[in-house]
Design a protein around this ligand. Structure first.
Ligand code: GUN
Ligand code: ZN
Length: 440
């Protein structure tokens, strides 16, 4: 039976970085028709009710109904170490991240954290995500198994490192190639899962390992390849020492076949003019991780790049300090303000949905509400706390109504989540450890 979902429906017909807020379509009394896991129609409540009298109606009243958030760069194995105090990137990796990632050799622990992480993501309105795993193949099996049980569209890959990481967290060029290939063949294209070739970053991969990843990507060109690029200045100086022959950080990837469309670079803050030009020419994607970039003290991403190339938005759990894409949008707004740009709410919501989906080359399936799109939906209460409610009370436009939730909202604002056309959680019932928590 078809579902008819009523509320304030928001979708995009264009890019607000190009055309402004008119890129968004908002129906105060809107409706979505959902069947077979897909959006069948978007329109007014009146028109769709009349056209589909048999559909089962779920009325969310004044709540905002939009595409579920797409988190384009996370490290699910860092779930338990989120908000660890202090340190710069390399110290933070050595002190907190690597010891925690060691634990993922244990499949039972990987299962526990996968389940916990996906529960948290859904509770925060995130219906799709792109994750790094650890070097252990079990960590990939655990995440994909948990995502498959929930019917989520998830992108992920085994993180590869063959130097500058502790014993127990290193593979080799050959084993990274072999294990990545085996996992890719096992999972890529199964249900809603996509394998992503994942060298962690140049400091932890030899040129031989990067070349092996480039060769694998050449064999499976439709896969994404994700890595980190120019996050902190001391990291960039280290890359210069490790790769004296390279023109710049990007060149360490480019030289090994790791720069083209489908390359997804996290952070990308301190880019040279040559790097920006090459990234644009190659059609690569960048992912802005603002809560991480402030938390670890990395720097201020240039949002002007969103007019020139594919830019997504991400929490970077657990370098980022929140699982919430609302917090992430707030941080993106504040970072842009520090660079003299005021991002419009339509641009923030677009980045967290269409922008991230485009960065993952999945904008034809997720990140927007239109006929034929997969029915991953978030329902947002625009008065979820007394502070937000009093700020929105006098709103005269949808943007005035939504901005306090962007700036001050959290998981309390997430009233319901639909994944693949089914309710995957409703407020106060979204629980961690509840796979697959379907409540009707
Ligand atoms: N660079 C390489 N690995 C990581 C990581 O796990 N988190 C962040 N923020 N940056 C990285
Ligand atoms: Zn990262």
């Amino acid at each position: 039976m078809a579902d008819l979902i009523l509320g304030q429906v928001l979708s995009f017909s264009a890019d607000p970085f190009e055309v402004g807020e008119s890129a968004a379509r908002h129906d105060r009394h809107g409706a979505l028709l959902v069947a077979d896991g897909k959006v069948q129609a978007v329109g007014t409540a009146e028109a769709l009710r009349a056209a589909h009298p048999q559909a089962k109606v779920t009325d969310y009243g004044d709540a905002l109904v939009m595409a579920g958030f797409v988190d384009a760069h996370v490290h699910y194995p860092q779930t338990a170490i989120i908000a660890s105090w202090g340190k710069r990137l390399i110290d933070w990796l050595n002190s907190y991240t690597f010891p925690e990632e060691m634990r993922f050799a244990d499949r039972a622990y990987a299962d526990e954290i996968s389940d916990r992480y996906l529960g948290l993501a859904l509770a925060h309105g995130t219906t799709s995500l792109c994750s790094y795993c650890t070097i252990h193949p079990e960590s990939v099996d655990a995440l994909f198994t948990a995502a498959q049980a929930r019917g989520m569209r998830v992108f992920a890959g085994k993180t590869c490192m063959d130097r500058n990481a502790p014993e127990g967290l290193r593979d080799t060029a050959q084993s990274a190639y072999d294990e990545s290939k085996r996992l890719l063949q096992k999972w890529h294209g199964v249900d809603r899962l996509s394998y992503v070739i994942t060298p962690r970053f140049s400091p932890t991969s030899t040129p031989e390992q990067l070349a092996a990843m480039g060769a694998l990507w050449g064999e499976y060109p439709d896969c994404l390849m994700q890595t980190h690029l120019s996050e902190q200045t001391d990291e960039i100086a280290w890359v210069k020492e490790l790769f004296p022959q390279s023109r710049d950080y990007l060149d360490t990837y480019e030289a090994q076949g790791l720069l083209r469309e489908g390359a997804v670079y996290g952070h990308a803050i301190h880019l040279t003019a040559r790097e920006k030009d090459r990234l644009k020419e190659a059609g690569a994607s960048l992912v802005h991780c603002p809560t991480s970039n402030t938390f670890i003290g990395s720097g201020l991403f240039d949002m002007g790049l969103a007019r020139q190339m594919r830019v997504g938005l991400a929490t970077d759990t657990g370098g980022g300090s929140s699982f919430s894409m609302l917090h992430t949008m707030a941080a993106a707004y504040e970072v842009a303000q520090l660079r003299g740009q005021a991002l419009h709410p339509s641009q923030l919501l677009w980045l967290a949905t269409v922008g991230s989906a485009r960065a993952l080359r999945a904008e034809d399936r997720i990140g927007n509400l239109a006929p034929g799109m997969e029915a991953d939906i978030v329902v947002i209460d625009l008065a979820s706390t007394p502070a937000i409610e009093q700020a929105t009370r006098r709103a005269e436009t949808i943007w005035q109504a939504v901005f306090p939730t962007i700036m001050m909202g959290d998981d309390r604002a997430i009233q319901a989540v639909w994944v693949g056309g089914k309710v995957a959680g409703v407020r106060r019932r979204v629980r961690i450890h509840c796979a697959p928590c379907v409540t009707r």
